[in-house]
Ligand binder design. Structure first.
Ligand code: SAM
Length: 218
């Protein structure tokens, strides 16, 4: 791996990005701090580095994307991540979202369906200082052996709320998941308020790659 450097230029561009997402409504200081800390350009090939601090999703291969920073910040705010919280991320992808959660002190479990991305990110992420618990498999089923979780964050669009994921939340835990069709999805937060009771809150529309698997688009 070529040597990665967090140059003054990259730090400056990151500051600008933080300002941009704050302008779009992100206000949680811990989220803002984490976005300002994780070098997003480390997740890009050197030739695409100029794109790393644009507030845009970007292809990472295998038909997948690294989510837009604003979207990452929006979902992270909804999880209410804080030090020691046990969080499951569905859709490891590049590992950027997992790094943000780790930077906030969470105990991160992350699962990826695509074998190429799983292997690539499991090798890469610890090299830049982030070592979540990596899993390969269908995250629409959650991770029953390691449940319950304080929060579950799904970074791909689902047709319906996967019941397995709700069942793997602690009481008071949040499931943050985009729900909709292939083109656009509404961000939804399901909070498990009692053993058999949930409260659902809906937010605005986003556009994610599809969640595959048993409770996804198959
Ligand atoms: N969180 C990622 C990041 O920070 O780069 C972005 C994820 S990308 C928008 C969505 C990811 O979800 C893809 O890597 C895709 O392969 C993965 N995915 C889709 N269905 C899945 C499933 N059932 N279980 C786990 N991962 C899945």
């Amino acid at each position: 791996m070529e040597k990665l450097e967090d140059s003054y230029r990259a730090k400056g561009l990151r500051k600008q990005l933080v300002k941009e997402i704050m302008g779009k409504g992100i206000s949680d200081p811990a989220v803002i701090h984490a976005i300002g800390k994780v070098p997003r350009h480390y997740f890009f090939d050197k030739i695409f580095m100029e794109h790393a601090y644009e507030d845009k999703a970007f292809p990472i291969g295998e038909g997948q994307t690294i989510s837009q920073p604003y979207t990452v910040a929006f979902q992270t705010e909804l999880t209410e991540a804080s030090p020691g919280k046990k969080i499951l991320e569905v859709g490891t992808g590049s590992g950027y979202q997992a790094s943000i959660l780790m930077e906030m002190g969470a105990d991160v479990f992350t699962i990826e369906y695509n074998d190429v991305l799983y292997r690539k990110t499991r090798m890469f992420l610890p090299k830049i200082g982030y070592a979540p618990h990596f899993f390969k498999g269908d995250g629409s089923r959650g991770l029953p052996k390691h449940a319950p979780f304080d929060a579950i964050l799904v970074t791909a669009g689902a047709p319906v709320v996967p019941t397995a994921l709700v069942a793997q939340l602690v009481i008071g835990g949040h499931l943050v998941i985009p729900i909709g069709n292939m083109n656009r999805q509404k961000m939804v937060r399901i909070t498990r308020t009692e053993e058999n009771k949930v409260v659902k809150k809906e937010f605005k529309y986003f556009s994610f790659v599809p969640l595959l698997g048993k409770e996804g688009w198959k």
